[in-house]
Design a protein around this ligand. Structure first.
Ligand SMILES: Cc1ncc(COP(=O)(O)O)c(C=O)c1O
Length: 391
């Protein structure tokens, strides 16, 4: 769906749909005409360079999804079967799935209530309580497992507190992989996000601010790490013949997808400005609503504001709001069920979850496509205010 179909008053307003008004069609045609539609081509090379540059990293490897990017990132950083990987529970399940794909298990931690990202104070507390250095490895004492990496998430494009996390990681000698699925356009203390972790991953699936239909990037200033991830993404092939030096994957992004991705990256600045404006307008609208809270933006960061919405006083109010909006033909989404509440990960090592357990059912995600018009956003706001007054 594009902006043209979001016009009339009673028209259904979706959560987040792609905005394909740039060079997408033209680049796709060029790509087809070139016959390079698969894993080699001008667009895929350009896409990995331009997306890394947009993130502020020197190098990037373009792969088939954000989940694949996380999986390869973990492998490139040396995570091994049997390891634990420290990560926040408050994330999309793909973060945990990538850890499991690497043969490791998540050590789940709660988030900071003010920014919904991995809480550095809790991280250090948990490490002090439950981990010990043994030679050059760090062991989680209750399970005896090696800790392979720390995996913070830039939640909804809002950066985790990377200075604090990196200083803890350095103290324990642990590598850091940042899940930056939706973070393109964000800043951390005025800095780009691409060089804040050993590796950072991006997602370009259909609901992201910038999409390639599907896709991901592993980015870093460390060329060897990125080259290794790219090598693993193409079956770890070593030369022109059929020789392979690792267990590889068929994870390379196609040139066709990259053609769309390149056209989308050209529009990144405008898209992120629009996302931020939508976020601001929603947050201003909720200021007077007692007990209702805005989506957070930490003082030290500039979020890319991938998703916007409202935090209701309790789960019942959020559920009633979703029903009310559905009747008004407005999509209103649930937020991620935390990973520690998901069947495959319930028994993982975990901290207390006093923040994300009660928080997630109070969150209502609201329409925030970059082509949402002012009038359409006002329709959403009016419907929320309506529900508040009734409620
Ligand atoms: C935080 C986070 N991590 C990972 C992913 C996975 O990305 P993909 O869907 O491209 O595999 C997503 C996708 O929405 C995400 O939001």
């Amino acid at each position: 769906m594009n902006g043209m179909s979001l016009q009339t008053d009673n028209e259904f307003l979706p959560l987040a749909t792609p905005n394909l008004a740039g060079n997408e069609q033209r680049y796709l045609n060029e790509c087809v005409a070139s016959t390079f539609v698969s894993s080699v081509g001008e667009f895929v090379t350009r896409f990995e360079q331009e997306s890394a540059q947009a993130l502020g990293a020197l190098y990037g490897a373009a792969v088939s999804s954000g989940t694949a990017a996380l999986h390869l990132g973990l492998l490139a950083l040396g995570v091994r079967p049997g390891d634990l990987v420290i990560m926040p529970s408050f994330t999309f399940i793909a973060t945990a799935n990538a850890v499991a794909h690497a043969g490791a298990s998540p050590w789940l931690m709660d988030v900071d209530p003010l920014n919904w990202t991995l809480d550095p104070e809790l991280l250090v507390h948990e490490l002090r309580e439950h981990a010990s250095a043994q030679g050059d490895v760090v062991i989680h004492r209750p399970t005896g497992k090696r800790i392979g990496a720390i995996l913070p998430v830039h939640t909804l494009g809002s950066p985790a507190d990377m200075d604090a996390i990196n200083s803890i990681a350095r103290e324990y000698g642990l590598p850091v992989l940042a899940d930056g699925a939706a973070c393109l356009g964000a800043k951390y203390k005025g800095r780009d996000l691409g060089s804040l972790a050993d590796l950072t991953t991006l997602s370009f699936n259909g609901n992201k601010t910038v999409t390639a239909g599907g896709g991901g990037v592993v980015a870093s200033d460390d060329q060897a790490l990125v080259d290794h991830a790219r090598h693993l993404s193409t079956q770890a092939k070593t030369g022109p013949g059929y020789r392979h030096d690792h267990v590889g994957y068929n994870y390379r992004l196609t040139n066709l997808q990259a053609a769309v991705g390149c056209a989308q990256l050209e529009q990144l600045t405008g898209f992120v400005e629009r996302k931020r404006a939508i976020h601001r307008t929603y947050n201003q609208a909720w200021q007077e609503l007692e007990g209702w809270e805005p989506f957070p933006e930490p003082a030290w960061a500039k979020s890319a504001c991938w998703f916007s919405g409202v935090v209701c006083p309790d789960a019942a109010t959020a559920s009633a709001l979703r029903d009310h909006l559905a009747k008004s033909r407005i999509a209103a989404g649930e937020f991620w069920t935390p990973v520690h509440l998901q069947t495959p990960y319930m028994n993982c090592a975990q901290s207390h979850m006093g923040v994300c357990t009660p928080l997630w059912p109070r969150i209502v995600v609201l329409p925030c496509s970059t082509h949402l018009t002012g009038a359409q956003q006002q329709r959403v706001i009016n419907a929320v205010l309506d529900a508040y007054q009734v409620g």
